[in-house]
Ligand binder design. Structure first.
Ligand code: NAD
Ligand code: UD1
Length: 336
């Protein structure tokens, strides 16, 4: 298939482009490069042996999306483009709603105009809020989001569901990601957040390459085995392969399909610290500090639906995630 990947030069998008090319698909990327670099294309080409066609385009501008559809015969869209910094979304809600929600509405408009009926959307476990069930199944009721970023994901799930209802011959696949970490084994692509990272692994990487002095562990008084927050960390390559697997549904009945993409295993913050230290033979200085507002104690998936329906399950363990994260950090971040 000829797949349009929005946000394809970003962290998860770039890894997914590699897996789509490996699976024999053609890839067209559009990205406004607000949180990624054009040089990622060279890296995708180096890894996968094929260079995706690329447009610098902003999804807030409907005409620039139309141009991409008019110049390419697109079979399906994998939609990653979006802003994702939780703290920034609290400070700039209008920008987040305009970009994530407004941009996606433009995308759906263009897809309708050009008769493209298949979309895979990057959702997040954040839609479950403080989850009613652990491990979290797709039937778990959606929870209360604590920030505009999370709310855009919830709103977009609803918008895409309404869109499919109104267009019953369309396919909408909502993938709820748990916590992606790791990088391609080549060390060529990975997570490169701007500024001081919010998320755990990018923060650890800044500490180990000497850019930040120590890790702040946000609270050790949660109701978890060691008191620190528990999450479901998934290797980004496994996550990327989940997108290729999800596209199997495009040969099934049209409809809305929802899958958790996680490992089903919960690790605490200190588990991650110690696993990283062991895998890479390096010390991570840390201090226990106050809880971070909006954080929950425990969040991990039941990924069995994706296994049953897509034959997808994760392959990479925590040691590999830690090794691959560090390899990328040494390559990419130490030179900044
Ligand atoms: P990323 O920032 O690395 O990639 C997103 C890409 O979208 C970037 O390259 C950015 O330049 C581009 N983009 C943003 N706004 C755009 C616009 N208006 N027009 C065109 N391009 C635009 O982020 P990521 O970690 O790869 O996340 C990809 C998607 O997955 C996002 O929608 C994110 O919300 C979602 N997600 C990420 C995580 C995570 O932990 N990384 C977890 C759950 C869901
Ligand atoms: C966060 C976002 C979520 C988003 C996801 C992926 C919040 C409340 N949630 O999820 O909406 O979808 O990122 O982008 O921001 N931790 C530390 N020290 C740090 C960083 C994190 O101790 O410097 C802890 C956190 O308290 C948490 C765990 O590490 O227990 C994971 O945090 P993080 O990587 O930010 O992911 P989430 O909070 O799960």
């Amino acid at each position: 298939m000829n797949i349009l990947v929005t946000g394809g030069t970003g962290y998860i998008g770039s890894h997914t482009c590699v897996e789509l090319i490996n699976a024999g698909h053609d890839v067209v990327i559009f990205d406004n490069l607000s949180n990624s670099k054009e040089s990622v294309l060279d890296r995708i080409e180096k890894i996968a042996g094929k260079r995706p066609k690329f447009y610098v385009a902003d999804m807030r501008d409907l005409d620039s999306i139309r141009k991409v559809f008019s110049e390419n015969s697109i079979d399906a869209v994998v939609h990653f483009a979006g802003l994702k910094a939780v703290g920034e979304s609290v400070a700039k809600p209008v920008e987040y709603y305009k970009n994530n929600v407004g941009g996606t509405l433009n995308l759906l408009t263009a897809m309708t105009e050009f008769g493209v009926k298949k979309i895979v959307f990057s959702s997040s476990a954040t839609v479950y809020g403080d989850p009613a069930i652990i491990p979290i199944t797709e039937d778990c009721p959606l929870g209360t989001t604590t920030n505009p970023y999370g709310e855009t994901k919830k709103m977009l799930e609803r918008i895409l569901t309404d869109f499919q209802k109104a267009n019953p011959d369309n396919y909408v696949i909502l993938l709820r990601y748990f916590n992606p970490i790791g990088a391609h084994e080549s060390g060529l692509i990975g997570d490169e957040p701007n500024g001081i990272p919010n998320n755990l692994m990018p923060y650890i990487l800044q500490v180990v390459v000497g850019k930040l002095p120590y890790l702040r562990v946000f609270g050790n008084d949660y109701d978890t085995p060691d008191g620190t927050g528990v999450r479901d960390y998934i290797h980004v390559v496994d996550l990327a392969k989940g997108h290729v697997a999800a596209m199997k549904k495009f040969s099934d009945e049209p409809g809305v399909y929802i899958y958790n993409l996680g490992t089903g295993i919960g690790y605490s913050v200190l588990d991650i610290v110690h696993a990283f230290e062991k895998a890479n033979n390096i010390n991570i200085p840390y201090q226990i500090v106050e809880r971070r507002p909006g954080d929950i104690a425990t969040n991990y998936s039941d990924p069995s639906k994706a296994f049953r329906e897509l034959s997808w399950k994760t392959e990479f363990d925590l040691e590999t995630m830690c090794k691959d994260s560090y390899r990328f950090a040494k390559n990419a971040l130490s030179g900044q």
